[in-house]
Design a protein around this ligand. Structure first.
Ligand code: G1P
Length: 281
């Protein structure tokens, strides 16, 4: 059994919720304390043992490639040297999605990179603390199948997510997923368990992506391909209990800056004092 070494990070989305900022800057480059969001995502992959990363980019995303260039110590800066030492141990590749045609279509661009290996998918605009991928890899090592992270969401949020159904106890470390539905109405949702954007997928997903019919907006949804896969292969879910920030959402982006700055060794103390002393030890 091969260990998991490859990750795909879709980062081609337009970031319309952040307009006008995203007129000239990818949403994945939005700063969270000292680093852009996508830095956290690459770090999560790196700390989970991933060595090869494919970032799916698109129009106006060149800043991401520039960011992951090495500076080789030319500019003395603690954060740059930390980034450089991670980059030394990673191979990062890029492919451009040909138009905005959904998450499934973005993943389909990774077929040549993935070849015959299972691989992780991490969304380019989502931070998880502690790293969700580490938990998924532990389950993958035991079960050798597709693993999807989910979290419980309130009814009014269901229509924003892929929702899974299971007949097993979802409170176990992992449970078999029977079916998945992309962004259902609250009345048709089979549960309140939402796909949060961290996956371990098998190479057979590409076969199912090719069979997937575009949705009403002309987009190929990864959830629809997983629905086909679930009919033939085992998919397990895992409830992630850490903190997830969806940076495509303004409120979550602000919350991530507040919460992560509170625990930052350099500025945490001053931020706690600034916020009124409520957070002093
Ligand atoms: C995508 C997936 C959806 C998942 C969500 C997590 O949707 O299609 O199943 O629940 O990410 O953020 P998007 O947010 O790209 O519309």
């Amino acid at each position: 059994m091969k260990i998991l070494t490859k990750a795909v990070i879709p980062a081609a989305g337009l970031g319309t919720r952040f307009l006008p900022i995203t007129k000239s800057m990818p949403k994945e480059m939005m700063p969270v304390v000292h680093k852009p969001v996508i830095h956290y995502v690459v770090e999560e992959a790196y700390h989970s043992g991933i060595t090869d990363i494919l970032i799916i980019t698109g129009k106006e995303k060149r800043a991401i490639e520039d960011y992951f260039d090495m500076e080789n110590g030319l500019i003395p800066n603690k954060y740059l040297s930390e980034l450089d030492s991670m980059l030394k141990k990673l191979n990062i590749y890029y492919v451009r999605q040909k138009g905005i045609r959904g998450l499934g279509d973005a993943i389909a661009h990774a077929e040549a990179f993935v070849a015959d290996d299972s691989f992780a998918v991490l969304l380019g605009d989502t931070i998880t603390q502690p790293p969700c991928l580490k938990e998924l890899i532990q389950i993958y090592k035991k079960l050798h199948c597709t693993v999807i992270a989910v979290e419980k969401v309130p009814p009014e949020m269901i229509c924003n997510y892929g929702i899974i159904s299971t007949s097993e106890d979802a409170n176990c470390e992992s449970f078999v997923i029977d079916d998945l539905i992309e962004k259902p109405g609250v009345d048709e949702a089979p549960s309140d368990l939402a796909i949060l954007g961290s996956y371990i997928l098998p190479p057979t997903i590409f076969k199912y992506l090719k069979q997937t019919v575009p949705d009403k907006n002309g987009e190929i949804q990864l959830t629809d391909a997983l629905k086909l896969l679930a009919k033939n292969e085992r998919i397990v879910g895992h409830i992630y209990s850490g903190r997830r920030y969806d940076i495509g959402n303004k409120l979550d982006w602000l919350k991530s800056n507040i919460e992560l700055s509170l625990v930052d060794p350099e500025i945490g103390k001053e931020i706690r004092a600034f916020l009124g002393g409520h957070f002093d030890d």
